[in-house]
Design a protein around this ligand. Structure first.
Ligand code: PEP
Ligand code: MG
Length: 319
């Protein structure tokens, strides 16, 4: 089957009834950017910019960031690049970055750190704004819950543009990874050009179970009915608000979830580049009518094991 999947890498990500799906890659380095073309993907749906800190052994300067983002954009040769601003804290804690906190996943992480240390965020925004002058770049903000956070960040971005005297086209989106963002998407939408569902954190905060703690892994079924219902709610709100929506959490990389996400209306997925073949296979299996009835059944399973056996039966040709 591996051989068949490899052959599929160069086929379009298109459903059996002809619906085109945008399929991008989640990357954290320039080397991984090269895999986008190799795997016939449409661009980068998520650049985890934290890698820069690791590569530099500390905060990268604006100039250094610009150079590294530019190298990635050049590698992509005109395909879109979604840069996520630094998502430090919680599971991505690095020595010396944030203070020790009793509940780091609920503490100063991602844009919360950025808003506390706006100088660093300004540098990152400046690098992204400069890049957007020459390349198709979008800015993605992690861990947003409230409209006021988004407004503050947009003001910061506006100030950076004023200082640089640069106003390139630059779409701004958020990761939907807190139940607050999921339930309040219509409130956030007026300040957004797009949004992307981060199911890893969304499941963690929905289920109140640490995504990395093996002691609560039975309490962290990312593919479970409550999480799916939340995702479905996000999709309905995005449609109502006409907000472009994509999906970059690990569920997009789970063959069992593919028909459900497509049935909910998601048309943009971002996955590890090496998974292009298997995920294209499952996209190409999808048909709208059976997909819709599978979704209806899935959303009313009362237990996770029932949901999983329903989905396993459907994707028996899965990877
Ligand atoms: C997510 O939370 O689903 C996500 C894509 O971001 P990360 O895994 O980097 O937290
Ligand atoms: Mg996340």
């Amino acid at each position: 089957r591996q051989h068949a999947f490899n052959a599929l890498r160069s086929e379009p990500a298109q459903t059996a009834d002809g619906l085109a799906i945008w399929l991008g890659a989640n990357i954290s380095s320039d080397e991984e950017a090269e895999q986008v073309a190799q795997n016939h993907l449409d661009g980068v749906g998520l650049l985890r910019s934290e890698f820069l800190y690791m590569a530099e052994g500390g905060w990268p300067s604006e100039e250094r960031q610009f150079t590294l983002y530019q190298a990635i954009a050049q590698t992509l040769a005109g395909k879109p690049l979604v840069i996520r601003s630094f998502d430090f804290g919680a599971d991505k804690n690095l020595p010396g970055l944030a203070q020790h906190e009793p509940n780091p996943a609920l503490g100063i992480r991602a844009i919360r750190l950025g808003l506390q240390q706006p100088l660093r965020l300004r540098q990152q925004f400046a690098a992204v704004v400069r890049l957007a002058c020459d390349y198709p770049v979008k800015l993605l903000l992690p861990m947003i819950s409230l409209t006021e956070e988004l407004i503050q960040l947009r003001e910061l971005l506006e100030q950076v543009k004023q200082e640089l005297e640069l106003w390139p086209p630059l779409d701004v989106g958020i990761m939907i990874e807190t139940p607050a963002a999921a339930m309040g998407l219509d409130l956030l939408a007026p300040y957004l050009d797009f949004a992307s569902i981060g199911s890893n954190d969304l499941a963690q905060y929905c289920l109140a179970a640490d995504r990395l703690n093996p002691r609560v892994s039975p309490q962290y079924p990312a593919l479970s009915v409550p999480v799916l219902r939340l995702i479905n709610h996000i999709c309905q709100q995005a449609t109502r608000c006409q907000l472009p929506l994509s999906f970059c959490g690990d569920l997009a990389n789970d063959p069992r979830a593919i028909p459900l996400l497509l049935a909910m209306g998601i048309r943009q997925l971002s996955i590890p580049a090496s998974r292009s073949g298997p995920i294209k296979y499952h996209i190409r299996q999808y048909q709208e009518a059976p997909g819709q009835s599978l979704l209806t059944q899935a959303l009313s399973c009362s237990r996770t094991d029932q949901l999983h056996s329903l989905l396993n039966d459907c994707v028996n040709a899965g990877s």
